[in-house]
Each structure stands twice: as structure tokens, then as C-alpha cells.
Design a protein around this ligand. Sequence first.
Ligand code: TNX
Length: 502
Amino acid sequence: MKKKFYIIISVLLIACSTTTKKSNQKLEDIPFIPLAQEIKSSNSFLLANDLSSIQIKVKSERINVALNDFKKFWKEQTSYEIPINSSVNDNLKSIKLELSPNSETSKEFYQLRINEKGIEIKSNSEEGLYRGLTTLKQVVIFSDIKNNIKTFSTGIITDFTSYEYRGSMMDVARHFFDVEDVKRYIDVLSLYKFNFLHLHLSDDQGWRIEINKWPKLTTIGGEKEVGGTNGGFYTQEEYKELVNYAHNKFITIIPEIDVPGHTNAALASYSELNCDGISPKIYTGTEVGFSSLCAQRKETYTFLKDVVNEISLLTKGPYFHIGGDESYKTSKEDFIQIIDSVISYVHNNNKIPITWDNEVKNAEIAQFWNLTGSDLIALKKSKKIIYSPANKAYLDMKYDSLSKFGLNWAGYSSVKNAYEWDPKIIATQLNLNEIDILGIEAPIWSETISSFDELAYLVFPRLLGHSEIGWTSNENRKWEAYIQRLEKHKIYLKSINIESPY
Ligand code: TNX
């Protein structure tokens, strides 16, 4: 009996001490990814059930959508309902969002204040408010629960991004990923403050977007994928739905039509695009560099113009990616002729062209991935660079020799390797200091993956490292502290059915 009594007392003591420990959670103990630029904790707390509403004075369709999402999220996380009000009453404890003009701060700057009276997010832009809301989401996810109630530690977060471009690329051409998969990816990207999703919509193995003037691109070119299984494509309506879905999460979709190489699917769909007038067979292997559009045929230019025009009409953002990588079957002259034409079609649609770094080009923005020979000249001709060094940023590189999926042509890439890089250092090493760093992008190529779970295996947790490289200042990024935070995110990701192997 006595023994039992002691056991009960000690269990109670341990429980009490962990609760007290938990009540000492400070705002800066929340494992934010990406880490905020400045977190000042104060020593108080606010209970989730004290907050009676979300108050919003901003008239913004996108913020409304975001808040309706947040409302659902709040219910799931805290089990309380929280209504949205369009008026502000300072006497009520609530979550307030406010646009406050400030010309000195950058576009995505925001301030998040938590005190005993409530929570407030202020920014001079809708983007900033949204980024602040994603920070608040992480506060909610990772705050301690005391007496069954989520308890938020007080303090002030002042935050802004290091780079204006923080992207990921999804290769939907090698294996097709449907609208639901892409939306699911967008959901996670938005929680980690990414603002661009680049969709690789065409390649040798598949053409994935409906083009009204060239219907065989999808009926023939979209039919299969790597391995010979059924592929697929987005109708223009579905594509618009994706663009809007991403837009509401403050993510801009960048379409990529890869030319003049990586075009077997188009060449197989229309014989007139081939120099010899004969369509090649549909290709379901994984080699690169064997296909090319024909610079001498006028149909090539009509085709390119139609494609760029139709896709530009579906595109909300400023950019259009035109590929330009690994065109080993195109002569230099033909290459320049085709690329320069596409650049002019993109400009005619008031879009800004982006190309991969290979070969000499005149696009404003180059995406750096892997340097060989003349590629450095192409980079030097650009005004801005997006950094995607394959040995660091490619999410399709295996983690190590045991990885179930992935390639390893650029080497293995551990979680640490994918975290420890800095575009500024690469710029210095390549003598590209004088060219603006637009930002970074982590691509996931899909030769070896064909479902969302397989994609998740390669993407998570490495993607989170790139989110921090894009957002957080280099001085604030420390590997040891990062992995502590990352462990907590892996638990959260698991709770939404995203398993990361490492
Ligand atoms: C290189 S990156 C490619 C892709 C492959 C990828 C696989 C680039 C511009 N080209 O065609 O899918 O490697 O890692």
C-alpha cells in the first residue's frame, strides 16, 4: 500500500515538473522554420480559448481565403471555434490583422505581437500579412498544451525575407502528378514561406498542359510517362484552378516549356515539327539530350508562339521558363535562333523569360544548376540568377547509397549537405558577385518517383532547409540548432501523413 502511495506521488511530481517546465516555454523556443529574423520573448502567456475572434480591417480576397483556412486550422489545433469579424474592437482579446503603411520595410516584412490582450499581425502588404499568418500557424502547432488548452508565450517577432524568390520545382513531365498532388505540395510550400512553384510541364516523356491550337500534344504527347505507364495532363481549366489555388496561398506558379531539346513528346505528336517530317516514337526511358525542335521549319515558330501565347494567358505571375537545357542535338546556331524567337514571344506577352544556365542566351534570368564549359558565359549574360546548384538543391539526389528513390549524378545529398549552402558564397566562387541573386529554387525531378508519397520521400525533410536558406539571414542559420527544430517539424509532417526517411 505504502509503495503504491509513493509511486502515485512520484508520478504526480514528475507530471507537475513537466507542466512547470512546459509553462516556461518562451516564444523563441518555438521551432520556427524558416527561423524568423528577430524574436523577443516576454514573460507572459495567452490562452487559446481567451481569443474570441479574428478581426480584419483589410479588404482582400486572398486574405479572406487565408483566414477561412486559418479558422479551420485553429479548430483542428485548439478545438475552439474562432469567428472572423470585419470590424476591430480593441476591448476584445482577438487575433488582429492590420495593413500599416511603412515605406521603409520590404514587401514581405511583418511584425507579429503576442501579449496578454491578444495577437496582432501588421505589415505594409498582403504578402507580409500572409507570411505572418504562417508564422502564427507554427506558433499554434508547436505551443505547449496546459490543462488541455494551447498556451501561447508572449513576445514580438519582427521578420522579413533574405531573398525575394524562394521556389521549388515539380517535374510533372517524367511522371505526371495530378491536381490534388500539386495542391498538396502547394499547401506545404506555403507553410514554409515559399513564394514560387515552377512546374516543368513538358519533356521528352510527356506534354502535360492542354494547348487548344495543338490538341495532339496532350492526346498523344501526354498519354504516357517514364516506364510506359499512363501519364496525364492538365486541361486549361485545371491549370487555372492550380494557378488560383497557389495565388491564394501567395505562391506564383511559373510554367516551363522546355525547348529546343527535351521535346520528344511534342515531336511525337506532330510530324511537321521534325526536320525529316517523321514523328519519333513516344519515349518512356530516362536518357536526356537526344531530341530537338527543327530551327529550319516555320511550323516550329508557329507552334512556339501559340504555346507561349496560350500559356501566358493562364499565367498570373511575371515569369515564363523556356528551358534551354541539354540541347545536345541542336547546333549552336539553331539553338540561338530558336531561343531568341521564344524569348521574343515571351516578351510579347509581357512576361520575363527564365532559362536554365546552359549555353549562350539572352534571357534576363538564368537558373544556375550545373556548370559546364560555356554555361558561365550564359550566366554572365543574365541580369539575375536563381540558384539551384544540383549538388545542394536538387531534391531528386539520393540522400546516400541506401535511398529507395533518386539519382546520384550530382552526388549524394544528406539533410546536412542540403542545409549548408549559401548562394552568396557560390556567387563569389564563380565570380558572379555583380549579378543579382534573385533567390533560390529546389527542384524535384521525377524520373524515379511516381506518387506523392515517393515524392515526399525525397523532398522531406530537405525542402525545409532550402526554405530557411531563402528566408533567414545566413548569420542566423546554424546546423546544430536547425536539426533540433527540424525534429519537431518531422513530427508535425508525420501528423499530416508526410513521412520523411531521414
Ligand atoms: C538534369 S537540371 C536535368 C533534368 C533531369 C535532372 C535529373 C536540368 C536543367 N536538366 O533533365 O531530370 O538532371 O536530376
